[in-house]
Design a protein around this ligand. Sequence first.
Ligand code: 4HQ
Length: 254
Amino acid sequence: MRFDILTLFPDMFSSPLRGSILGKAIEKGIIQIRTINIRDFSLDKHQVVDDSPYGGGQGMVMKVEPIARAIESVKSQNPSVRTIYLTPQGKPFSQDLARKLSTQPHLILLCGRYEGVDERVRELFIDEEISIGDYVLTGGELAAMVLIDAVSRLIPGVLGSDRSAEEDSFFNFLLEYPQYTRPFDFRGRCVPEVLLSGNHSAIALWRRKEALKRTSLKRPDLLAKANLSEEDKTLLEEILRGNSMDDCGLPNRD
Ligand code: 4HQ
């Protein structure tokens, strides 16, 4: 899969995306990430890329011509590439959307700065607008990185071969169960005994119950979307009745 990032700050992308996991995926040729500096597509002798808004008001607006030329330079190589603009006005980004995008062969990610882009960029060049959340960033660059990271890990071969990316949280709308590693006892806080039992079905049951417990506690909105089995519902009832085990495997006093 190929990503072409259109930005005024291409340097922002070098270390985050070339780091461990994505860096290896790039080396393996599974993903390609290119940055294109929009400024290089300004024909102006001072390479101007922004201007004040018609009608007045605060700040600057990104000009249409340099963005148009940058997008067209990518489209001349691949006319069927899809163009995404990162903006709080976009469709909320989600695991579901990441999954859909991971089937695309090639995306252009347009990163806005200042007050955003001239409206005609949207009208003429943007196929899809995506928001990574209801807060305001200084630019679309961090949003583009979030999207690339979440999408790339779903592409076969990017993560370790033995585990599927979709085994992780959110695939089934449940939060992950608690994880432990050595030491067994840290300042009196012990690892739950069941995890040392070697009883794989008991471990699987404990983990399922913990996942249900923390989802109902921290994200009840997710639990409503989860596909719960009859056994899950029984476990949830037990949880809600409060007869759970504490961190050292001792029954709670209730
Ligand atoms: N911005 N999700 C304003 C965002 C944003 C978001 C990007 C700030 C676009 C012009 N992008 N610029 N939230 O806050 O994607």
